[in-house]
Design a protein around this ligand. Structure first.
Ligand SMILES: [Zn+2]
Length: 328
């Protein structure tokens, strides 16, 4: 059996978490210890199905390419959100990606997180790649979490290993928000944040949009990103080349774009991934009659990672997710 399928039940729910396991022929014949174990997860956010498509593609294609090791593929960690085509967990509208490692006695979302976490942790992964989708206009990117629970050399080593896997995806590599906001936004309880901080295992989030559909280009981008990580860990022979959208330089860091102070039509003015200086107008707000109400200017050198997924903006909403080259 080149592939094995297992299922984990979600307490109190009819849906199950499906896991497709692919093991290299060499390792199937060997007793423990075997080669590296990699977990690839998709669809934590139920409307983001690029990862589901990539996981199914990997399940078909990976077996003859695997030199060593085991890859556990999770097509959907939020199967009811997938069916309903919605980001959050349908039963209680919580964001699953802020709840790991979950709570088996908690809310429906916390129980789902605990079931997924328990299954993933039991696989004893050496790395995890979590596949998401951003706004339709976003460039694809690999996001690196902050090991805020660790100190000194242990933290530096783990973050640098995670970043090396992010580089191996061939995508633009973006570090998360600075520590204070990272913790305030509970990103240490995202799946990759919890894997990094609690399992102390390198993890990478890959974002390749759009949401809601299996977009061929995005699925291929995510599939190749995973293949790049598998190469970096010695599971497959060939590295992946840099994605056409790759933005050189950095290290880059995620930042909020400039926020509107009025409501109106949000008109983007720059192309995502194009380097822009501080002060560049990245978007403008216009009335429906066409009057220019406001210009929104970049607050640092960097580039637009992801334009806001909206044509109408209100006060306080950022025009985009920005990437800055400033250290923090
Ligand atoms: Zn997501």
């Amino acid at each position: 059996m080149p592939r094995a399928v297992s299922r984990t039940s979600i307490p109190g729910r009819p849906a199950e978490i499906v896991v497709i396991t692919v093991t290299a022929a060499q390792d199937r014949r060997r007793p423990q210890p075997r080669g590296p174990v990699v977990v690839v997860t998709g669809n934590v956010h139920g409307d983001e199905c690029t990862g589901t498509g990539a996981v199914l593609r990997l399940a078909q294609a990976l077996e003859p390419l695997l030199l060593r090791g085991t890859v556990h593929l999770y097509p959907s960690l939020n199967p009811e959100g997938f069916e309903r085509r919605q980001r959050r967990v349908p039963e209680d509208e919580q964001d699953l990606n802020r709840l790991f490692p979950g709570d088996p006695e908690g809310s429906p979302s916390e129980r789902l997180a605990a079931a997924a976490w328990g299954d993933i942790a039991s696989r004893r992964p050496d790395a995890l790649v979590d596949l998401h989708a951003d706004a339709p206009g976003a460039i694809p990117y690999a996001l690196v979490d902050r090991a805020v629970a660790l100190r000194g050399e242990a933290r530096a080593n783990l973050e640098s290993l995670a970043e090396s896997y992010a580089v191996a995806t061939g995508l633009t590599v973006v570090r998360e928000y600075p520590d204070d906001r990272y913790s305030r936004f509970r990103l240490d309880r995202s799946l990759t944040g919890a894997v990094l901080n609690r399992l102390r295992v390198p993890a990478v989030t890959v974002e390749a949009g759009p949401r809601l559909v299996l977009d061929e280009a995005a699925v291929e981008t995510a599939t190749r990103a995973v293949a790049g990580v598998l190469h970096a860990m010695g599971l497959v022979a060939d590295p992946v080349s840099r994605h056409a959208s790759h933005v050189s330089g950095g290290p880059w860091r995620r930042e909020s774009g400039p926020r509107a102070s009025t409501s109106g039509v949000l008109v983007p003015r720059v192309t995502p991934g194009q380097p822009a200086r501080r002060g560049t107008v990245v978007a403008e707000v216009r009335s429906l009659a066409g009057a220019l109400l406001e210009e929104l200017a970049a607050e640092s050198d960097g580039f637009v990672l992801s334009p806001a997924e909206r044509a109408h903006v209100v006060a306080g909403v950022p025009a985009c997710t920005w990437v800055t080259g400033e250290r923090a």
